[in-house]
Design a protein around this ligand. Structure first.
Ligand code: SF4
Ligand code: MG
Length: 349
């Protein structure tokens, strides 16, 4: 069967006073029906930009989609804005990290503005837009109320009816996020995009929310794109994992494959930085995400890559290579179908 979502060669640039930021570069991504795919990478790697492009909430300008297509259930959403609007909030729904932050009076304006200024901040505007869209389609007030109570109950919120009358600031972070999940489910979507919905929560609450999401996914055969910087979370929720670095997908594999046999040096670095028993979240990779106004030539990861081959990695653009059925890796080490062991030996020479 065709995937329900198929992102093909998506490139996005941002125009700012500092120059043109080439944020996404040829992103390919698919989600099958009933499948949960995790998009994993560091903060600033382009995960949210990918999500917003799919949802149609990318602020344009300053954002600009410079190439690619986003196929959803047989329609190219980029070529047909009407279709995009139609699916938004109805068939496709989105859960943000903590959208209530933007609606809450207890946060200083400065921090909200700072958030809006960094382009992930398009969030506040887009969230309200999506919400209005969702609610606008539910004209029957008592029906909305009933559905809301039912969903809050499904999200194991005590006193769902009373909760309807409380302000977000009166709820704990975990309860707030449950409300958000309930809101995202209110139109019974077939496709869900979750952008780091559990990041601000403690581990216990995070596990509960992941559990509730998983439950819903199975119950309704939902398809989901789950965005996170945390590979541990991805392992809990996803069937398949796409690793993103600096606006490019560098590796794709089933969750087992990514954990049992990571191929890309970046994936290996990420795995090394999974919090161990100490709870310390170390950064397994030196350096930081590159400047998008002038991304590194060749492989975007080469300035940080322990296996980089001078004369190749800093010069030759990388393409994604299929490795087996469901796997792909974008790294010069695997160009001739080499194993990591063989590749590592060559890289070490
Ligand atoms: Fe490292 Fe080269 Fe592979 Fe890039 S292409 S990840 S620099 S080995
Ligand atoms: Mg983000």
């Amino acid at each position: 069967a065709d995937p329900i979502l198929s992102v093909d060669d998506l490139s996005v640039a941002f125009e700012t006073y500092e120059g043109r930021h080439h944020v996404l570069n040829g992103v390919d991504l698919t989600v099958d029906e009933g499948e949960t795919v995790a998009l994993v990478g560091e903060t600033g790697c382009g995960k949210s930009v990918t999500a917003k492009s799919i949802m149609g909430t990318l602020p344009r300008p300053p954002g600009e989609i410079t190439s690619g297509s986003i196929g959803y259930d047989g329609t190219d959403l980029l070529a047909d804005p009407d279709a995009h609007e139609r699916v938004q909030g109805e068939e496709m729904s989105m859960i943000f990290q903590d959208p209530m932050t933007y609606l809450s009076p207890v946060y200083p304006v400065g921090s909200m503005m700072a958030d809006v200024a960094s382009y992930s901040g398009g969030k506040s505007v887009s969230w309200l837009g999506v919400l209005k869209n969702m609610l606008g389609r539910r004209t029957n007030r008592s029906e909305i109320r009933e559905r809301s109570i039912e969903l809050l109950d499904r999200m194991r919120i005590p006193d769902p009816e009373g909760t309807l009358d409380r302000y977000p600031v009166e709820l704990s972070g975990g309860m707030r996020q449950r409300v958000i999940v309930a809101m995202a489910l209110i139109n019974d979507p077939t496709f869900l995009i979750a952008d780091e919905p559990t990041t601000a929560l403690d581990v216990t609450v995070q596990d509960q929310i992941l559990g509730l999401l998983r439950e819903r996914v199975e119950e309704r055969n939902l398809s989901m794109l789950y965005i996170t910087h945390n590979l541990g979370v991805a392992r809990e929720i996803a069937d398949r994992i796409c690793i993103m670095y600096a606006g490019e997908i560098v590796e794709v594999g089933t969750t087992e494959e990514i954990f049992d046999a990571p191929l890309h040096p970046y994936t290996r670095g990420l795995l090394d930085s999974i919090p161990k028993l100490t709870g310390f979240e170390g950064d397994g990779i030196d350096g930081q995400i590159p400047d998008y106004t002038d991304p590194p030539t060749g492989c975007r990861f080469h300035p940080r890559c322990p296996a980089a081959m001078a004369g190749t990695c800093d010069v030759e653009p990388v393409e994604s290579h299929a490795v087996g059925d469901d796997r792909a890796v974008a790294c010069h080490l695997y160009e001739d179908g080499m194993s990591f062991g063989e590749a590592a030996t060559i890289a070490a020479e």
